[in-house]
Design a protein around this ligand. Structure first.
Ligand code: PLP
Length: 388
């Protein structure tokens, strides 16, 4: 196959042509600063508000509850650090306590570790071997100073979808703010913040056909979350800095398209994912399917292959034009396995052989079959040679 086969949509997605087209006038023609008072700036202001309206509609929020950021990482940092700050402001001299999961993205985990360093308490809620939070154990982890629960909507490695509605209900009952990192879910699964009881939600445009470097944080009106970045009065005084107008316009367009196409796209992608999973299980011995079979994103498949190193397999697949992610990363000469696989109890040797396939709009059944054919050869070769 001459064409590159891209199976890493959880890492990022290709910008949609309609999105690029919508952004271009704001790159070239309408470059006015949205904070200016003349009519030219009004064009940019209007474009931002249209995007805000579109995004608010997709999650059943109010426009004034959507705040534009530089992406998922900033949204997560804002939600967690300022929820802890809010607790400190309302309880002078005391530190808050946060509940989260051990399978969160590093944008959450490393923020929690930083907060811990600053005196905040952190508890990682227990999960089962598919990554699902053990709901029955949540309430016993709540302390007097617990101020926030942050649990991801869907996991970026194993695709498991958490019981967000139930977790939000427990949070509400115990007067905790409930935040969800929906970076992998927004634009792929329907989300209704009102019905689900979500107080704050993070999303990122480049995961659903939009540009990189732009995202949003939904903050329920009743939550007085302090601003994270100080400066000018942009975003109703809550997020300072001149807005990334083309990026915001692109995200609005991508949100509209993703929600319009969601049903059909999910069915199409799921058919391909299911074939990939079926063929791997049938044709590659020693392949263990990770994550939850039922409660999972339609585009995600994650396998651990015994006797191989996922990172080396990903490099070999790359030489065949196939882009996938491995669950391990080589840092300072040592291969570190994924914290997610570790948290769901996968033994180190097996976790080393992890490969993640995340499908998207432009994939075809032919590409899936080609990938499995190549993967079979790569895994067999590596096992035979005992290479890692
Ligand atoms: N949260 C999750 C679950 C993610 O998968 C990612 C990116 O992979 C992020 C947060 C960070 O988002 P961004 O790349 O927009 O900073």
């Amino acid at each position: 196959m001459n064409k590159m086969i891209y199976l890493d949509h959880a890492a990022t997605t290709q910008i949609l042509p309609e999105v690029l087209e919508a952004m271009m006038p704001y790159q070239e023609e309408y470059f006015g600063n949205p904070s200016t008072i003349y009519e030219f700036g009004e064009k940019s202001r209007e474009a931002i508000e249209n995007a805000r309206q579109m995004i608010a509609r997709t999650i059943h929020a109010r426009e004034e509850e959507i705040f534009f950021t530089s992406g998922g990482t900033e949204s997560d940092n804002w939600a967690l650090k300022e929820a802890a700050n809010l607790y400190g402001r309302t309880h002078p001299g005391l530190h808050g306590h946060i509940l989260t999961s051990p399978i969160e993205h590093h944008a959450i985990i490393n923020t929690c570790e930083e907060l811990k360093f600053m005196g905040c308490g952190i508890t990682y809620l227990p999960v089962d071997n598919t990554g699902l939070i053990l709901l029955g154990k949540v309430e016993e982890c709540i302390q007097d100073n617990t101020c926030l629960m942050s649990v991801m909507f869907a996991n970026n490695e194993i695709g498991t979808m958490e019981p967000v509605e139930e977790l939000a209900r427990i949070s509400r009952k115990n007067q905790l703010i409930f935040h969800t990192d929906a970076v992998q879910a927004y634009g792929h699964v329907p989300i209704d913040v009102r019905k689900m009881g979500i107080d704050m939600l993070s999303a990122s445009a480049h995961k659903f056909g939009g540009p990189k470097g732009v995202g949003f944080l939904y903050i329920k009106k009743e939550i007085n979350l302090p601003s994270f970045i100080q400066g000018g009065a942009q975003e109703s005084n809550r997020r300072a800095g001149t807005e990334n107008v083309p990026g915001i316009v692109g995200m609005g367009k991508a949100a509209e398209l993703a929600h319009r196409r969601m049903g059909e796209e999910n069915r199409r992608v799921k058919r391909m994912r299911d074939r990939l999973v079926y063929r791997i299980i049938r044709e590659i011995p020693g392949a263990k399917y990770m994550g939850n079979v039922k409660k999972r994103l339609s585009n995600n498949a994650n396998f651990c292959f015994n006797g191989i190193v996922g990172e080396s397999a990903a490099i070999l697949l790359d030489t065949q034009g196939i882009c996938v992610s491995s669950g391990s990363a080589c840092s300072t000469g040592q291969t570190e396995v994924s914290h997610v696989l570790k948290a769901v109890g996968v033994p180190q040797e097996l976790a080393l052989g992890a490969l993640r396939f995340t499908l998207g709009a432009e994939n075809t059944m032919e590409e899936i079959d080609y990938t499995v054919d190549k993967l079979k050869v790569v895994v067999e070769d590596m096992r035979r040679k005992g290479t890692s």
